[in-house]
Design a binder for this molecule. Sequence first.
Ligand code: ADP
Length: 303
Amino acid sequence: KLVVLGSINVDHILNVQQFPQPGETVRGDSYQVAFGGKGANQAVAAGRSGADITFIACVGDDDVGVSIKKQLQKDTIKIDCIDSVAGETTGVALIYVNGQGENIIGINAGANGHLSTERLAAYQQKIIDADALLMQLESPIETVQMAAEIARKHQTQVILNPAPAQALPDSLLSLVDVITPNETEAEHLTGIAVNDEEGAQKAAQALHQKGINKVMITLGARGVWYSESGKQGKIIPGFKVKAVDTIAAGDTFNGAYVTALLEGQSDEDAIVFAHAAAAIAVTRPGAQPSVPWRNEIDQFLLQ
Ligand code: ADP
């Protein structure tokens, strides 16, 4: 059993040739509304790849909050721990993508900011009963800390995707069993730049010293640095595909990795499974629409 705790957003994506300058209005080439938020993306990736999953999160008391809960159910996720917050809007991300594929993003946390320790207390039994807890950093940090404390006390494995990038207190890091930063996030956590294998090894070592057993630094198309405390680490390469956009690549990796881990796969096999899921996701546009189902991942791995 898996519990994901995290954010839910609606992404409004406007494709433009060039970003507007202050005071300027530009015409869009296309517009898409898609469901996103790191927590929801990872929950969907876990659900579609086959995990038994409960999602602890908040939406607003708006129409889109209702639609999102319905969609999450279709993705096989249990939604009884998703609160609708009275008088609040669902989290929103406003995203411009320019002709070069670069993006500019503004986020309103909305209901995500209401995932308080009081709300978590009502659902703590789910974490106690689970085998693993997967979290990110788009929720109030005191709630993430409390969830990790509950998990540690009851032998539930804690997997933390420390995104978006920020420094974290040792009190939280010491409760983490598996950490999955990308290069930027690893640098924020350790102060060590991750530009090559040597940098990855040093940053991972610093994270092991904080008490984290397994470190996986995702390296985009190059794959992932993997090391276990006290053992020699290495890079496990990803799959070569034609990427159209890497939105939710990391989220898909995390959700699929935890699914495979809970099935009893070795870390290396679970990472290869997650690479396959993420590789499929980068060949498709958007966040949740790009996340593959289990049969697609299995097929990809057979090729
Ligand atoms: P984030 O999106 O969090 O920055 P990364 O860019 O490091 O994360 O990518 C996470 C994972 O997604 C990688 O470890 C890999 O499995 C997969 N991935 C990302 N970009 C590509 C790509 N261009 N081709 C194939 N796989 C990719």
